[in-house]
Ligand binder design. Structure first.
Ligand SMILES: [Zn+2]
Length: 299
């Protein structure tokens, strides 16, 4: 495998229920800009079943839902088929912290969430804010300080509007635009997309409105197809393979941060999205082509 760029910071933003065709339909200008400058596909695939708990479980463990055990849309402490190597634990072994930022929980869910975070090896889980704007606000100081580590965001806005009013409804469109504004703000405060030490991944956990107007648990392309965008100073501008998978993300994060990708991981590191690491120490150009920076030594 290609040498790891050993990035110090990876930010993964999960836009819950963002259907791939919503990106052009509702003019997500920030996501489109990141995709144009970065490596992207709007026909990536999520896992089966295409529900949030299963997809987030796969993002955090690198394996399919059947193997990590979260196979319904309910969060619980998983009963995996085999020993898991959760991504946060893998990173912690390399001295890398994981920070998760999610919406405030309904009363009574705190204990389960804390147990789940501890099982996965998450260093700090923050449940604050009701939508992408509030969740981002809770993380802002860490992002501005350019704290190193793996940052995982879950933004529920679009999924909630989809269940309440239907995918591609006016309420859904408004929620999609709000998450796009939040994404633009996140990039602005963190400097992620121009920073050679940072990888920013923006993606969905599933789509919606495929088989059922207000749901997303089916094999219909509207439910299974997701946008997947990789941005950052070391990312090469281009198209990702159209059948790239949500399962490729944990492998990519592990590899990009210098951890060995476990054999059990079902996906592959998207190494083609990165400038080669050779020539460490020389002055190069970012993907944007107008910002000069120095490569960080690879080993
Ligand atoms: Zn949902």
């Amino acid at each position: 495998m290609a040498a790891s760029p050993r990035l110090s910071r990876v930010i993964v933003v999960v836009l819950d229920g963002l259907r791939a065709d919503a990106v052009p339909l509702f003019h997500m200008e920030h996501l489109t800009r990141l995709a144009r400058r970065g490596a992207a596909t709007f026909s990536a695939q999520t896992v089966a079943p295409s529900v949030t708990a299963a997809a987030m479980g796969s993002l955090l463990t690198g394996v399919r839902p059947a193997d990590h055990g979260l196979v319904s849309d309910r969060f619980s402490v998983p009963r995996p088929r085999a020993a898991l190597q959760p991504l946060p634990r893998l990173l912690a072994a390399q001295g890398i912290a994981t920070h998760a930022f999610l919406a405030a929980l309904p009363f009574g869910y705190g204990a389960l969430a804390t147990r789940l975070a501890r099982t996965l090896g998450v260093t700090r889980a923050t449940f604050r804010g009701k939508d992408s704007t509030g969740i981002l606000a809770a993380s802002r100081a860490s992002l501005e300080r350019e704290e190193p580590g793996f940052f995982l965001f879950h933004w529920p806005d679009a999924d909630r509007a989809g269940h309440a009013h239907g995918w591609t409804s006016r309420a859904y469109a408004a929620a999609v635009r709000r998450t796009d504004e939040s994404l633009g703000m996140l990039d602005l405060v963190s400097g992620a997309s121009r920073d050679p030490g940072t990888l920013l991944v923006a993606m969905a956990d599933h789509g919606g409105g495929g088989a059922v107007a207000r749901d997303h648990d089916s094999a219909h392309p509207h439910d299974r197809t997701i946008p997947l965008v990789l941005a950052g100073g070391r990312v090469v501008s281009g198209e990702l393979a159209p059948l790239s998978s949500l399962l490729d993300v944990p492998a990519t994060v592990a590899w990009a941060m210098g951890a060995d990708v476990p054999q059990e991981y079902a996906g592959r590191a998207l190494v083609e999205a990165f400038h080669p690491t050779s020539g460490a120490g020389r002055v190069g150009q970012s993907a944007a082509g107008h910002e000069r920076y120095r490569f960080v030594a690879a080993s």
